[in-house]
Design a binder for this molecule. Structure first.
Ligand code: S3P
Length: 440
């Protein structure tokens, strides 16, 4: 038996809501708290399966962690050299961020570890971190570039200066974490800006992080000092409601306490270029991360060519941005987004299949999609059944599409929605979506 959504067509989104905590920041709060000296208190922690996987991995590595309890977590740091070998493989579940960052963090330990994941994670590429780490002296074995990943102990790592071929925050973060255990400086330059939560949080833990231009670096041998972390709401989860309110006539929604780090706000820029009515209120800084309340009201959208530099800044939001494009007058063209093919599913192929099944003129390209949308005043989607391929963001994107569908949408294999957005169904219902969660 698996879970599914049945979503009735039409409706609008209104009221105010707070979506759960940021997934990227939640993973990092456990990782850095674990290797810090002292006790780190986290609030707003994402109680989703991915971040819980990270928490359980660090418990297996000998770290005492209390919670989560209503978003509160206490991490009793063991210090930079305090992790202990696990007797069993470390299970990262569905979480690519957990696995890639852990490969970096564990590469310089004096003990062996094995990392495993679920069916989806077991298909995802790990050489992008394993290869540069090998260049630092790490001993990492993969199965043809994929998990399980075995990390053997080494005496020492050497710092490197790495020119990253793909714009990936996970690769950058893995190298910086390994760099804490390396001799000399480890630096990474990125081809385009990517999320900088690792750099910001390392600085919050008292680590000196050097930044110049597109290069970021750390000196090995630094210790981390425990701190308190207030995790903002995840803009990647808010994205479903930003698009939903934009495409559904009559909508007026306030999303509270959303993280608006400029390396994450590509979704806001892209939607605004499409004509969305989005307003940031009460902009403030919380624990080193910018936060705002976001008001979004329905507005007629138009198709655009998505600027290349915005792609890495909105990389997780494309499933729902494709839904927005289907509701925009004219053509939307996305290029330079080939990374979408190696996410929790092949998000170009899976979205194109689902959109076409609902009658949308969507054409997959090797590195993106071309979509001819339907403007306001008519349904943009037909009716039917969608395969989410166990990908949380595909499932939520099609749930939002129902706001502009001609008939009911049935979305299959939705259990992984809980990896990033536990409670999506009830929050979406409270905002006005007619969504039922059913056993399939
Ligand atoms: C993440 C980085 C991105 C993103 C993922 C979270 C992170 O992956 O897609 O959901 O927390 O560092 P890539 O580094 O593969 O682009």
């Amino acid at each position: 038996m698996s879970h599914a959504f049945r979503v009735s067509p039409g409706g609008k989104l209104s009221g105010s809501l707070r979506v759960p905590g940021d997934k990227s920041i939640s993973h990092r709060s456990i990782m850095l708290g674990a290797i810090a000296d002292g006790t780190t208190h986290v609030s707003g922690f994402l109680e989703g399966a991915d971040a819980i996987s990270t928490m359980n991995v660090f418990r297996a590595l000998g770290v005492r962690i209390e919670g989560p309890d209503q978003g509160r977590v206490t991490v009793h740091g063991v210090g930079i050299d305090g992790l202990r070998p696990s007797a069993t493989p470390l299970d990262c579940g569905n979480a690519g961020t957990a696995m890639r960052l852990l490969i970096g963090l564990l590469a310089g330990q004096g003990f062996e570890s094995t990392l495993i994941g679920d069916e989806s994670l077991s298909k995802r590429p790990m050489r992008r971190v394993a290869d540069p780490l090998a260049g630092m002296g790490a001993r990492i074995e993969t199965q043809d570039g994929k998990p399980p990943v075995r990390i053997r102990p080494v005496d020492a790592l050497n710092g490197i200066d790495f020119d990253m071929p793909v714009a990936s925050a996970q690769v950058k973060s893995a190298l910086l974490l390994a760099g804490l255990y390396a001799q000399g400086e480890t630096s990474v330059s990125e081809p385009a800006p990517t999320r900088d939560h690792t750099e910001r949080m390392l600085a919050g833990f008292g680590v000196a992080v050097s930044r110049s231009g597109n290069r970021v670096g750390v000196q090995g041998g630094q210790r981390l000092r425990a701190t308190d972390i207030d995790v903002p709401s995840d803009i990647s989860s808010a994205a479903f409601f930003l698009v939903g309110a934009s495409i559904a006539p009559g909508s007026d929604l306030l999303l509270e306490h959303v993280g608006v780090n400029p390396t994450r706000t590509g979704i806001l820029d892209i939607l605004k270029l499409m004509g969305a009515d989005i307003e940031l209120r009460n902009l403030r800084e919380v624990g080193g991360e910018p936060v705002a309340d976001i008001r979004v009201r329905h507005a007629p959208l138009r198709g655009i060519e998505v600027p290349a530099e915005l792609v890495p800044l909105a990389i997780d939001e494309f499933p729902v941005l494709f839904v927005a494009a289907a509701c925009a007058s004219g053509r939307t063209v996305v290029t330079g987004a080939e990374e979408l093919r190696v996410k929790e599913s092949d998000r170009i192929a899976v979205m194109a299949d689902g959109l076409q099944a609902l009658g949308v003129a969507a054409q997959a390209t090797p590195d993106g999609m071309i979509i001819d949308g339907r403007a306001d005043g008519q349904p943009a989607f037909g009716t039917g059944t969608i395969e989410s391929h166990g990908d949380h963001r595909i499932a939520m994107a099609f749930a939002i599409a129902a706001l502009r569908a001609a008939g009911e949408l049935r979305i299959l294999d939705t259990v992984n929605v809980a990896t990033s957005f536990p409670g999506f169904g009830s929050l979406a219902r409270s905002a006005g979506l007619s969504l039922a969660e059913v056993d399939d």
